[in-house]
Design a protein around this ligand. Structure first.
Ligand SMILES: [Mn+2]
Length: 265
């Protein structure tokens, strides 16, 4: 027997999660959901990006997560348009959007959830229109998730939605030119987990669905990312407990913090 490289074999094995792996991943996701909501409750203009990072990571550890699955991304204002921004130093200003892309690690599995919220507590009409465009693209892609499809197909569905639903939001052309990254990646022991990207979806696989729009000239970036399990006949939104609807996000923002209270506030 000729020796064969082990990595592709391990990658295929890691694509499909068993019940215990899903239990641990779900715990990581539930902790990350709690962290997002706490950041929303705390948020007010003038807070620094690192204060949101600190609150999120406090909630991670306070709920038993061993560590972050990847460096926490908290970008406000112009930083919402910077992919993989993790300096987290800026002071927020009234009217800013804030992109929070975080994931707790629990039992060697990492969550990866992104939400975008208005630091002042209310989306402006333009922010909200663009937010709803991203949300619609995400839902269109989610509705297509089932065994037999590929990530490339999901990406096309999301972009088709943006083509169709952009209206005049981005000028004469659609907003597609502002969607500057891929829609999905595998999720598991690593945040961008191993596995061929051309793989046909099968039950037990977990992927992210994360459309975004980034308009640097307006300091306006929006990303919505959820963690999705492929099932026999469709999908289960593992991060479905975290609101995506703009009104629901604003509603949680009006609540008081549950676990954290910043010094001097
Ligand atoms: Mn991701």
């Amino acid at each position: 027997v000729e020796p064969a490289p082990l990595a592709p074999i391990m990658a295929r094995l890691r694509l499909v999660k068993d019940a215990d792996e899903l239990r641990r991943l779900q715990r990581a996701i539930d902790i990350t959901v709690a962290a997002h909501e706490e950041v929303w409750r705390l948020a007010e203009p003038g807070m620094h990006e690192y204060e949101f990072e600190a609150a999120a990571e406090y909630v991670f550890r306070a709920h038993g997560a061993e560590r972050v699955g990847f460096p926490s991304i908290v970008g406000s204002g112009p930083n919402t348009t910077v992919l993989h921004y993790d300096r987290n130093r800026r002071r927020t200003e009234p009217g800013d959007l804030v992109v929070v892309d975080i994931g707790a690690e629990f039992g060697y599995f990492s969550a990866d959830i992104t939400r975008t919220f208005p630091v002042s507590g209310t989306f402006t009409p333009r922010q909200r229109s663009l937010y709803e465009l991203v949300l619609g693209a995400q839902q269109a892609a989610l509705d297509r998730v089932r065994p037999g499809v590929t990530m490339a197909e999901l990406n096309r569905v999301a972009r088709d939605h943006i083509e169709r639903a952009s209206g005049e939001l981005c000028g004469a052309e659609s907003c597609n030119r502002y969607f500057i990254h891929g829609l999905s990646h595998w999720l598991g022991m690593d945040v961008h987990d191993v596995g061929e990207y051309g793989t046909v979806l099968a039950p037990g696989m977990v992927l992210t669905v994360e459309p975004g729009l980034y308009l640097p000239e307006e300091s306006l970036g929006i990303r919505i990312e959820d963690d999705v399990l492929v099932t026999e006949d469709g999908y289960r939104l593992l991060s479905g407990a975290l609101p995506r609807d703009p009104e629901a996000v604003e509603r949680v923002m009006r609540e008081s913090p549950r676990w954290t209270r910043p010094v001097g506030r």
